[in-house]
Design a binder for this molecule. Structure first.
Ligand SMILES: C[S@@+](CC[C@H](N)C(=O)[O-])C[C@H]1O[C@@H](n2cnc3c(N)ncnc32)[C@H](O)[C@@H]1O
Length: 217
């Protein structure tokens, strides 16, 4: 056995590695494609209300979240902010008002166009794969309003979390709103964060409620 392994050339070893790695990559891309299809169907069914929970009044919910977000953001100014999974931009102007430049990332052209409309210092990012086309350590603020929680597939969430950690500048602020039963409720899910604070918040009157997580990355 051992002499067979020893006889492998580096090229053969790389080929063997690729045979193992390629199916994993395909799976994440397939899962991503599935998540785009699911969200496309959800938009068709619920229209703008797709950003809230089915049956919610997404306008009222948005107003409640906006108050909470404004409070957390305070008057601090950030050089570069990302609204990860911005939807059609419910919170873009609020975030943009505190940022030198703001990026809006989501899956759909039309939502992104609306999100950045009338915000001259905003750039939209259409996600066509589960990676963020932003430089390492480039963002000083990352906002996730119910986006990570909407990504059910664990391998996709893990991919996005590693992307968010990659693009976060040292000490970047993370603000995340997510369901209490979401994986993010477990503080160790984002290990390496500092100044982690989670608060129970009510954004739509549902008894199980939501968490507001703030942290430094
Ligand atoms: C619950 S909505 C929240 C939207 C926005 N943050 C808001 O509160 O108005 C979740 C957002 O995540 C986006 N999303 C879902 N799956 C995604 C994925 N795999 N990659 C990136 N964004 C995704 C959806 O298109 C949607 O805009």
């Amino acid at each position: 056995m051992s002499h067979i392994r020893a006889a492998r050339t580096p090229v053969m070893r790389r080929a063997a590695r690729r045979r193992v790695e390629q199916p994993i990559l395909r799976t994440v891309m397939q899962v991503f494609a599935q998540s785009v299809a699911t969200w496309q169907q959800r938009r068709t069914r619920l229209g703008d209300g797709a950003v809230g929970r089915k049956g919610d009044n997404h306008i009222e919910q948005g107003t409640r979240i906006a108050h909470i977000l404004a409070d957390v953001l305070g008057q601090t100014y950030y050089d570069h902010g990302l609204d990860f999974g911005c939807g059609w931009g419910r919170f873009m102007s609020l975030i943009a008002a505190r940022c030198g430049h703001v990026w809006a990332a989501d899956l759909f052209h039309d939502w992104l166009d609306r999100a950045v409309a009338d915000i001259p210092h905003a750039t939209s990012i259409l996600l066509t794969e589960p990676s963020l086309p932003l430089d390492d350590a480039s963002m000083t603020l990352i906002v996730d309003i119910m986006t990570l929680q909407s990504i059910d597939a664990p391998e996709l969430r893990v991919r996005y979390v590693s992307e968010l950690l990659r693009i976060a500048a040292d000490g970047a602020r993370l603000i995340s709103v997510h369901k209490c039963d979401s994986w993010l409720a477990n503080k160790s899910a984002l290990s390496g964060l500092t100044e982690v604070d989670t608060k129970h918040i009510t954004i739509d009157g549902e008894p199980e409620g939501y968490y507001l997580l703030t942290a430094r990355m």
